[in-house]
Design a protein around this ligand. Sequence first.
Ligand code: CAA
Ligand code: NAD
Length: 302
Amino acid sequence: PSRSFSASAVRNAAINQVTVIGSGLMGAGIAQVAAQTGHKVNLVDLNDDVLKKAENSIKTSVSRVAKKQFKDDTEKGNKFIDETLTNITYMTDNNRSVATADLVIEAIIENVEIKRKLFSSLDKAAPSHTIFASNTSSLPIKDIAESTTRLDRFGGLHFFNPVPVMKLLEIIRIPETSDATYNKMVEWGKNMGKVTVTCKDTPGFIVNRLLVPYMMEALRMLERGDASARDIDTSMKLGAGYPMGPLELADYVGLDTSYYIVKGWAEKYPDNTLFENVPLLEKLIKEGKFGVKSGEGIYSYK
Ligand code: CAA
Ligand code: NAD
């Protein structure tokens, strides 16, 4: 949809003010798209250095979007950039960030205890109407939601990297999620310009339940020495039509995040061989190789 459509839709929507907690790969992207579609956004992280990095990545990304959407009209493109950037406020105070929020989306480290601690504190600070959502890749939404007293106003809003480009939004209901909450999440997803799909609260929802085992199989193939990393990636791009090979994608998602996903599943579902730990992944993490974001992963980006 064009921006004017999205922005006017937002004026009448129930969700106007959005707080995004965690300003890494995903949080910065979610905040950007929310701001692009006319929402007021608070973007929160642990310190100003991380927020500065997020601000820079948002500036670069929004310029790319403007270049594409307004290629024949620089003036409109510049207005779009300015309005988007003004819609975002950067802060480090979690509690203050949710004081007037209609929706809070959490996009911090993939660790259930840390997420629970955050939501338990936000539950006391946010107004009662505020909907809470997690962008978790792999953790049960219910396990996170149970740290709050608002299970009827809790759900999963799972975006894809890079958020400004990937059109999908998975919406996850727990049994307690009310129809009103679910309907608001669907409407908001559409206002964000995303195509929404709905999934039960199952490991990896739809996309990651299929994609993560596939990426892990590629790592196991590399570990066995069946083929080189480049040849595995070239094969899936040219032989199966994927935009990125599975190893490039693992680097792009973040090897740390991929590792937390699989480690969590391996502990929780020890009988499922698809979810087994991959020693090569653990080795790379121990060497500080987190993929594109750290400059080195399976490949080097230095
Ligand atoms: N912000 C804004 N625009 C961006 C962007 C960003 N961060 N990244 C790419 N783009 C735009 C570019 O400007 C470019 O626009 P034009 O078409 O106007 O040129 C377009 O997207 C394509 O980009 P590139 O030409 O640079 O590169 P590409 O064609 O290889 O596309 C890609 C890049 C979109 C990332 C593509 O490689 C791709 O789709 N990769 C797979 C991504 C994927 O599978 N993501 C899901 C990961 S799993 C996940 O997210 C869930 C989880 O929980 C782990
Ligand atoms: P990231 O490492 O890029 O960013 C995480 C950010 O959260 C960091 O900036 C960190 O400083 C911050 N953070 C950590 N603890 C915090 C706290 N208590 N309060 C505030 N900020 C805190 O990670 P990411 O890739 O953006 O992933 C974030 C979440 O989104 C994870 O749950 C992940 O599973 C999920 N996810 C990731 C992808 C992906 O492709 N990377 C896709 C969809 C969902």
